[in-house]
Design a protein around this ligand. Structure first.
Ligand SMILES: Cc1cc2nc3c(=O)[nH]c(=O)nc-3n(C[C@H](O)[C@H](O)[C@H](O)COP(=O)(O)O)c2cc1C
Length: 246
């Protein structure tokens, strides 16, 4: 009885339905490039997504992010040109047997999505108080990525697709968007309503890559350390709920 009471006091978990909803957002989130529909995105929804992003963890509570909302079609076409050029430059870096597949992949939805958002990291925002960044100055960039992930998961819960475009020359992007020297464009996102979310990552269904076995990525005590057999068996026995195995 006493033990049950102690367990009850320490149980801060969500109720089952809420827990399932969190995992659902995680497991069914997709990078979307091909399934945007021509529907505007309501500002009240966008506001919720931005608020979710703004509640991400950040080093020293620095909140280094800013959000550039890009709606203008001409500007987006210019971003698309930067993408096309970057893609041409990336192509020869692929091994020859992968170039045809690379060419066939759709890797952005810049003009088809309702709007684009560039999430930047202001590297000087907490100058003079580098809590957590004295040894690891890059933590501000990692914090900004946390904001991107919050945005992405909240978007999935709202039924909104997000596609991250990184095949971009960031110097050209900075110039186009008037981003000052101290800010880094961490993520360029295509955002909008979609006809549906695929069960599997595009790059998986197109044969580019597949999900690595999680148990092979778990180590014990030090890098490469063997062990944790029980944990590895436990993860091998799991399937993301609600997803069909391919
Ligand atoms: C930092 C980052 C950059 C990415 N850049 C691109 C990109 O330029 N073009 C693209 O099509 N997908 C891009 N993606 C999406 C990945 O290809 C995608 O996340 C991965 O294939 C797994 O698919 P999923 O997100 O649907 O689970 C990027 C993702 C991340 C996290």
């Amino acid at each position: 009885m006493a033990r049950n009471a102690a367990q009850a006091i320490c149980d801060n978990s969500f109720e089952a339905a809420a827990r399932a909803a969190v995992y659902r957002a995680i497991f069914t989130r997709r990078d979307v490039r091909s399934h945007f529909v021509p529907e505007p995105l309501n500002d009240s929804v966008l506001a919720r997504l931005l608020l979710a992003a703004h509640h991400a963890p950040s080093v020293g509570y620095m909140q280094p992010w800013k959000f550039i909302i890009i709606r203008d079609e001409e500007r987006r076409r210019a971003v698309c040109e930067i993408f096309v050029k970057a893609r041409q430059q990336e192509l020869p870096q692929m091994s020859e047997d992968r170039q045809a597949l690379y060419r066939s992949l759709k890797l952005q939805g810049i003009c088809e999505s309702a709007l684009n958002i560039c999430i930047t990291c202001d590297r000087r925002r907490a100058e003079g108080s580098p809590l957590g960044r004295w040894h690891n100055p890059e933590m501000d960039l990692y914090s900004t990525v946390c904001a991107v992930q919050n945005f992405w998961l909240a978007a999935r819960a709202e039924g909104i697709g997000v596609g991250w475009v990184s095949i971009i020359d960031s110097r050209a992007l900075k110039q186009l968007l008037d981003i000052p020297d101290q800010a880094v464009p961490v993520a360029y996102l295509c955002v909008g309503r979609v006809s549906g979310f695929q069960d599997r990552p595009d790059l998986e269904s197109k044969g580019w890559a597949s999900r690595l076995p999680l148990s092979e990525l778990i180590m014990s005590e030090s890098f490469g350390g063997a062990g944790e057999g029980e944990l590895k068996s436990a993860v091998d026995g799991l399937t993301p709920p609600g997803l069909q195995t391919p």
